[in-house]
Design a protein around this ligand. Structure first.
Ligand code: 0RA
Length: 684
């Protein structure tokens, strides 16, 4: 029996399949052979793409005006169910293939587009590959369609229909239910993450005004259920972004909304101003987050600069003689800006490292003229708000000039001081940046161990003392008053902001090493935010890493093992044999009871050796490891695990930042509650 026939099930079901069908089957087989080509990766991220692919189809129905509700369930055993009240996938017999349209949609690569006539399908990106890709990469899929008065059903195993589409009942409703179990042969993990699901679904609800999206997690009791529906769309999105601000920190009380359409491109944008220094623009193309920006964002920025200068001058708020080239500059205009730009583009071209940058050149002018037109009208109609915005911008400009002066002074002073490298830094011998690493270590005791344990030739250690400044709130000249921040910048050699020069970087790897607890996470977030705001090239260039200290040390006989997470712990202890006892003991040693013991030192759980045969030590902080252990587990290139920080990570840290460090207590508590599991494991 040929491969194709087996995949097909054609022989088993005794049907005749022509050559065309064989090609079809090879199509799905190609997806299984090279899943990365279709969903980017087979990691947790790729797994979640399966859900996005289905939900995108449901959202398309909403965009076409046929669907207003989507329900996503995470069922026990990580089975996903997506229910929408769209038109339902067509089930009629397809003349060309002689099969139900449903079967074609599910088994032919890219078949979705052929039917749908949906211009806004995303090409080139990771979405929009078609629901058949989900089918190809699932152990099984079940589809239930309600339309044309009937209830229809088909099931597939690894992409192959189990039987023809069958009518299993009647219904006067319309909609599609897709249920699937991802294939363990394809994915590294099959476990869906509630928070990842929640943030994307919530984002989709913001981007599609009025669409109600519900997420349910039925994997454990009590079930979780959250619904997202925003009548204000991206205006509500911006409101949420600034929700941690007090009203006196908001320059504009209600976000400004702009929209329009030209040449098939539709544009929606919302903006507001806060007293912060940061610029926050979230941008989307066809509901995809364009992290790297692109032509829609540059069009938006151009329009903002132009509209503010035009109206500001017309109203006498900006005096040309005060300004260098007669205009307020974009970077001053964007300080404190919070904006969401969402466009729909018929044939988007995605570029950039992560294919999240819009390349279509025509979009820039379209966005720019729509935003410019709308914004001018707003500014002219709201002179009070305009006045406030422009005084804030002029203030930003003055602060920036003052900061530049302060920075110049600091760096000049630094350059003059003897040796010029900070005293706390234990530098390495090598001066070849490519082979040099700097560990930024939380706390003096861990710093001491790291200094002793390191490879002096190429590993430098910079211990961080105390709380680092909140760079966001303090502003950069304040941040530069912090010893810690100054030491760090001096050690790197690159300077910051406009003066940043990656050519002067003294270490190829900058490694953040903090404790695996909430304080450690704070410090890490803070450092990442500082890098993101003032040294972003370090991240773009891939120089920034996070060290992963182990959570456990297991001693079994004379051997020592280290586990970096609970899964590894059970794998390691599982390999020792005592399988039945194992789980029980793991619960004892890692469960909540242990956490409550007042043991400042690491916990040695040596009890009942005749039963278990191994000793488990749970590290609570880097400081508990002696120099040798720290080297062996976290610093030795042969054993260590380093996570390279991506621009996405840094951006997330930046977003979290306000929550963690802001004045309001509520968002911080929410963060800790939302991450309760993480926090429990990591022990606060
Ligand atoms: C093909 C054609 C049409 C809709 C769909 C597919 C569709 C796919 C999914 C996946 C999840 N929910 C979905 N809803 C619809 C167009 C239908 C028509 O023209 O009637």
């Amino acid at each position: 029996m040929s491969n194709e026939a087996m995949i097909n099930g054609a022989v088993a079901s005794g049907q005749n399949y022509d050559a065309e069908n064989i090609t079809v089957l090879e199509g799905l087989e190609a997806v299984r052979k090279r899943p990365g080509m279709y969903i980017g990766t087979t990691s947790e991220r790729g797994l979640h793409h399966l859900v996005w692919e289905i939900v995108d189809n449901s959202v398309d129905e909403a965009l076409a005006g046929y669907c207003d509700e989507i329900l996503v369930k995470i069922l026990p055993d990580n089975i996903i169910e997506v229910i929408d009240n769209g038109r339902g996938i067509p089930v009629h017999l397809h003349p060309k293939y002689g099969k139900s349209a449903l079967e074609i949609v599910m088994t032919v690569l890219h078949a979705g587009g052929k039917f749908e006539n949906n211009n806004y399908k995303v090409s080139g990106g990771l979405h929009g590959v078609g629901i058949s890709v989900v089918n190809a990469l699932s152990l099984w899929v079940e589809v239930i369609v309600e339309r044309d008065g009937g209830l229809w059903y088909q099931k597939y195993n690894r992409g192959n229909p189990e039987a023809d589409v069958k009518q299993i009942g009647v219904s006067d409703k319309h909609g599609t239910t897709v249920r699937f179990k991802a294939d363990a042969l394809i994915f590294e993990t099959l476990v869906f993450d509630y928070n990842i699901m929640k943030s994307r679904l919530k984002e989709l609800a913001y981007l599609n005004k009025g669409l109600k999206i519900t997420l349910e997690d039925l994997r454990k009791e009590p079930a979780k259920r959250e619904s997202f529906s925003f009548e204000g769309g991206i205006v509500d999105f911006v409101r949420e972004i600034v929700s941690d601000k007090k009203s006196e920190e908001l320059i504009v009380q209600d976000p400004i909304f702009m929209s329009g359409e030209a040449d098939g491109v539709s544009v929606e944008a919302t903006l507001t101003y806060t007293a912060d220094q940061a610029e926050t623009i979230y941008s989307f193309v066809n509901n995809i987050n364009t992290h790297e920006g692109g032509t829609h964002v540059s069009g938006f920025r151009t329009a903002l600069t132009r509209a503010i200068n035009d109206v500001g001058k017309a109203q006498g708020l900006i005096k040309e003689k005060d300004l260098k080239d007669g205009n307020l500059q974009g970077n001053d205009i964007r300080e404190g800006l919070v904006a969401v730009v969402s466009v729909r583009v018929p044939q988007p071209q995605f570029e950039g490292q992560t294919k999240t940058k819009l390349g279509n050149s025509e979009v820039s002018g379209i966005v720019s003229s729509i935003v410019n037109g709308n914004l001018k009208i707003y500014l002219e109609d709201n002179p009070e708000a305009t006045k406030k915005i422009i005084s804030k911008i002029i203030l930003s400009k003055k602060a920036r000039e003052a900061a530049q002066k302060a920075r110049d002074t600091v760096f000049r002073a630094n350059a003059l001081s003897i040796g010029s490298l900070p005293g706390k830094l234990a530098d390495c011998a090598s001066k070849i940046p490519d082979e040099c690493e700097i560990y930024i270590v939380e706390g003096d005791s861990a710093g001491g161990s790291a200094k002793q344990g390191r490879n002096r030739y190429n590993q430098a250690i910079l211990p961080l003392r105390g709380k680092i400044l909140n760079v966001e709130k303090a502003g950069v000249h304040k941040a530069l008053e912090s010893d810690t921040i100054r030491s760090m910048i001096t050690a790197f050699g690159t300077s910051i902001d406009d003066s940043f020069d990656i050519g002067k970087l003294r270490y190829g790897k900058i490694i953040i090493m903090t404790d695996a607890d909430v304080d450690g996470a704070h410090i890490r977030t803070l450092l990442l935010t500082f890098f993101y705001r003032h040294m972003v090239e370090l991240i773009q260039n891939g120089n920034v890493y996070i060290a992963q200290p182990p959570l456990y040390k297991i001693t079994y006989g004379k051997k020592i093992y280290y586990a970096y997470n609970d899964k590894e712990l059970s794998e390691i202890t599982g390999s020792f044999g005592a399988k039945e006892i194992r789980e029980e003991e793991l619960r004892v040693t890692t469960g909540e009871d242990m956490e409550e013991e007042v043991l400042p030192e690491a916990e040695e759980t040596a009890g009942a050796p005749e039963k278990k045969g191994y000793t488990l030590q749970r590290y609570k902080g880097l400081g508990e490891m002696n120099p040798e252990q720290l080297w062996e587990t976290t610093m030795d290139p042969a054993n260590r695990i380093l996570l390279q920080v991506s621009i996405d990570n840094a951006r997330e840290a930046d977003m979290l930042f306000d929550k963690l460090m802001g004045d309001k207590v509520e968002p911080r508590r929410e963060f800790i509650e939302e991450n309760a599991e993480f926090v429990k494991n990591l022990d606060i």
